[in-house]
Design a protein around this ligand. Sequence first.
Ligand code: PEP
Ligand code: MG
Length: 328
Amino acid sequence: KQALYAELRDVEPFTRCGTRIQVMMNAGLREDISNLNLVGADGIGLFRTEFQFLVSATLPQREKQLRLYRDVLDAAGNRPVIFRTVDIGGDKAVPYLRNEDVENEENPAMGWRALRLALEREGLLKAQARALLEAASGRQLNVMFPMVSEPWEFDAAKKVFDDQLAFLTSQKRQPPESIRYGAMLEVPALAEVLDILIPKVSFISVGTNDLTQFLFAADRANPKLAERYDWLSPAILRFLRRIAQATVGQQVDLAVCGEMGGRQLEALALMGLGFRRLSITPVSVGPIKELVRQVDLAQITEAMNGWLFNPPADLRAELTKWAADQGI
Ligand code: PEP
Ligand code: MG
């Protein structure tokens, strides 16, 4: 199989019916970037900028952030990179931020984290905005905000970038050639207001790790719950299908960037729900490209529609059998 994945490295993933599926990869550290060429991903669909903060003993200064972002963009060449602004706080606590508020939280995953923290520690987000805008000088910049729960939070975060962009322009610095802003959809409430969010954003990326944690009210880090709920459950799949349907015909790119997209059956299900972009862990890129080439979208869509209309007792078992019958 490894030889096959190596062969697929430079092959664009088209389904059997001829639809191009974007297979991007997730990354977070400088060392991850070499994987782009190694696995032949379409780009980086989720760059977790907080990793630099987590591995650093002190708050990474703007210059240091800038160097990392520039190196990532250099390595990616003309492939897109989506930088997610810091998702710290909660369980990803960093010692050098005064976060006694965080330490006293009973439910850190639902606490003062990610964009919630960044919007209040505005200096942090400002510095990151400057670093990203400068790193992408003359190129395309894609910025994604984590844990957006209401559309105004997206507006507030984008304003921080707009202000920094205005400042750089006033200093006669070259801005990015273009800037696209997007939101992660990982808080269920946001799915109820997609009509308000979509006109504001260029892209939406579903974070299935947090989304399923919040849908099932099941801590994603609790080993006792790890096997209890299935990504291939009607509740999750129906929820995801509604998101996909809300974006049909809209000017917005939709992706999944949680771990779900890197698993064979789950990726197959996602394609059947209407997802055409996945950002996954690098080792999954080869296997998912291989899967894409075997898929007929009309068939999997029809199968998923049937199962979601009238769910079988064990959807995973049905999908497994179906895939085997298709020779997948
Ligand atoms: C997610 O929540 O699905 C996600 C991609 O982000 P993270 O795993 O970094 O929370
Ligand atoms: Mg998340």
